[in-house]
Design a protein around this ligand. Sequence first.
Ligand code: SF4
Length: 205
Amino acid sequence: MENSPFDLDFQNSNPDNRIIAALERISQSFRIMLWNESKVHSLTPIQIQTLIFLQNHSADKRTVTYLALEFNITKATMSDTIKILSQKELITREYQQQDSRSYTIHLTPKGREIAVQTSLFTNELFVPLAKLSPSEKERFLLNLMGIIRHLQKTGIINLQRMCFTCVHYSPNHNQGEHYCNLLNIKLETSDLRIDCPEHEEKKDK
Ligand code: SF4
């Protein structure tokens, strides 16, 4: 049987295991911080995440299909979330003329207010990050992007809107290690984007 990184003897035998255990702790912290925020507004974590996403993304991404992919849940579960947010008067639906079953989701003023307040739920993480040097931050960002890219390639997570999966991204360009052909700019490592509004999915990743 394969050893688990949560088996303490095995975990303490090499740093890879301890990095995975540390990522799990951070993921748990996100859940706790989100849950605390949800309780304040009598909403569930996915309802809060949906409001924050709607506040920060363009209309073409504010559909049930896109949200279901974004949060790795079924369309039926996402539709239920939207229904409840609508009953709470936090969102409205704008039906498309050519297909009356499809709609774009908009935040109401009340929904926007909650999205803005709750989107600060990760603030505590800035404290340890502020202690890192610029080069440590660059390395950290690159490593995290590498992990996210792998998780997407293996189908564990769906949509990603980061430079490494974008049709406009060129590595090792003559103007720099990272280059955006859409914006026509050299990107420093610290400029690499995790969620870019201009992102276009590269077919062959
Ligand atoms: S369009 Fe955005 S995601 Fe794509 S390469 Fe440029 S900055 Fe990166």
